[in-house]
Structures are given as C-alpha cells and as structure tokens.
Design a protein around this ligand. Sequence first.
Ligand code: NAD
Ligand code: GLY
Length: 368
Amino acid sequence: MSTTIAVSGHGFIPYEVVVGRGLLDRLGERIRPLVPGRLVVISDETVAAIYGPAALASLEAAGLKARILTVPPGEASKSFAELERVIDRLLAYELDRRDTVIALGGGVIGDLAGLAAALYMRGIDFIQVPTTLLAQVDSSVGGKTAIDTPRGKNLVGAFHQPRLVVADIDVLATLPDRQLRSGWAEVLKHGLICDRPFFDWLLGDGAVGAAGDPAALERAVIRSVEIKSAIVGEDEREAGRRALLNLGHTFGHALEAELGFDETVLTHGEAVALGCALAFRFSVTLGLCPAEDATRVVAGLAAAGLPTELVTAGTFAAGALVTRMAGDKKAEGGRLTLVLARGIGAAFVQRDVDPEQLLAFLREQGAS
Ligand code: NAD
Ligand code: GLY
C-alpha cells in the first residue's frame, strides 16, 4: 500500500511523491518508465552501507544500469569541493542528458545530488529517495537544492524539481532517535503553519510517530507532503506563501549560526523546534496570538523530546541573534522579516519587525 501525492505548479514539470512501506525493494520497477538512460545513485557512506545494496539490486532487477557514488556523511559534504568531485565523477562516467541521478539519503544528499543534477550538462533529471524523516517531509519536496560556503548555509544553489520522490517509511527504522525527533519538528511545523487538526492529532494519537511508530509516521509524512506540496505548487520561487515554510527557521538559523552549526549541540530540527517555540511566544508578546496556543505549542514540542527554552540550548547574546536574523537571506535589505502566528494553524509573514522589540523579547527569554 502506498499513497501518491501530486506536486504541480507554474514553471515546473509535475511530479509525484509516493509514500508507503517496502518501496525501496520495488524502486526499479517504479522508476523504469521515467528513466530512458543510465542511473547514478548518489548517497552518503552510512546510508549506502545500509540501503545501497537493496537499491542497486532493485534497479538491476528492473533492467536498469546503475552505479553508486558515495560522499562522507554530514553537512560538510554540502561544499564546493564535494560538488566538484561529484560532477567530475559524473563526467568520468560519461553521463549524458538522458541519464538520471538518484539521491538516496537525507537532506544533505538531496541538496548536493540535486544541485549536481541541476548543473550537470545544464540540468539532468533526478529522483529523490529520502531516508531521513526531515528529508521525507521537507527537503525532498519542492526543488530547493544547495551547498554551503564558509559565509553561510545554503547560499549557492538552484531550484531543480525532482522527477519523482519515493519515501519509504521502513528506512526510518534505522534512523538514530535524535534524527527522527529532529524530523518530527518539521512535521509539527506543518501543523503549526496551517492545519490545527493535524497538530492536535500529532499531540494525541499521532504522538507515537516521534518514537518511531510506522503507521503514525506514514500518516505524518503524507499530511506533511500534502501541505508542503500545496504551498510549493502556489509559489515555487518563494515570492510569497512559501516563506511560511520557514516558521521557526529565522530564529533557528540564528541559534545554529551562533553555535557554529555544531549538530552535536543543536540539530537543525531542534533549532527549528526552539525557533517555533520562540516565534509563538514572540507572537503572544506582540499581542497577535492567544497565550494558550503558545503554551500548547511548547508542551507539544517538549513532549516530543524537542528543546523549547533558549537557555537550555546555549548562552546567547540578544544583539548577536538579532544581527543574524536581520542578515538572514529571507530578510530584504536588512528589514527584519519573521514568520509569526495568529494561533496554531495560522502562521503569516510579518515584515518590518521592530528590532528593539525583538531584542527585549530575546532578553526576556534568557539571552544576555
Ligand atoms: P543528513 O542528510 O545529514 O542525515 C542525517 C544523518 O542520518 C547522516 O549521518 C546520515 O548518514 C544518517 N542517515 C540518513 N538516513 C538514514 C537512515 N535511514 N538510517 C540511518 N542513518 C541515516 O541530514 P538531514 O537532517 O536529513 O538533512 C539536513 C540537511 O537538509 C541540511 O543540509 C539542510 O540545509 C537541508 N534541508 C534542505 C531543505 C530543502 O528544501 N532543500 C529543507 C530542509 C533542510
Ligand atoms: N524548507 C523550506 C522550503 O522548502 O521552502
């Protein structure tokens, strides 16, 4: 059994996101109609060791010619150096424009392989096979691809939509618990943006998903993809509504940057969770959101083992955080833009946030 969600919008070829169980073993037969040439599976060493053999066996069983190319696991692989190495390998394999890249891994692999596919011969097809919860609910859908530079994360990239996304819930069974919970933060984020009943379910019967229950995970991934794909379909290039997907991210990025993007201290998902808690509390401070909604958001995040208090994540200077937030690439000409909320399920983009109010709020939250 699987569920298919269609993603369509102006300016890109429509594609499907297939969510279900046991999908990796049938990957070859599913993708064969889309693939006229050869395949290169790009993965990280950890994922390749666990799922590479099954993926290759399935492709070969469907009569597809495939080889695998691995990079070291971790954010450091989203670099110019690794991108150059990957593209050099694709050239050495003499891939042509009929050939296809498969991204088998988490968001790091999706972003790196997607960008390599966008650049190779001015763009070849790629298929996303996301293996982290974060990648299944967020990064594999929507066509954002990027690498980092020493000046910041995701600063060099392209919009390049995949031809297909295959999200196999079963592969989440080997994901470390902390990674699963980090992905859960993005699931909760989707409810907070625009679907209060979904958020209620995530805090109720669906809460077992954060501990790895496959049925709850499947439903959470399906609803998250429905929400994200509807938003991306309306606004691929983030001219408007897509910015809502950044709920918790402007606060979160500032915290990650201040901590030197040290995933052992704060993962991206944990930063988003804390960012969501701060966005709701700040919305209350500004008189935009009922206090009980912020309380419920914080309780829901905490129940999933996610951080909600600034002071538990580290020691921060309020001024440094505001400077980072004003410099966020979503900010326009230094004008502070934040995703805030009128309540659970009612996020909106607030431009021209007053830096003094934000500074005072962050101090109340424990920043110096
Ligand atoms: P990741 O890709 O680094 O994966 C996390 C870790 O889990 C890695 O060590 C990986 O080897 C391991 N792993 C992956 N799947 C596994 C599995 N099934 N079993 C065991 N181990 C597994 O990290 P991530 O959290 O998936 O992605 C983070 C990246 O995604 C960041 O670079 C972020 O910028 C990017 N991102 C992109 C978008 C987008 O729209 N393009 C959206 C959100 C995040
Ligand atoms: N992760 C935010 C976006 O895809 O727009």
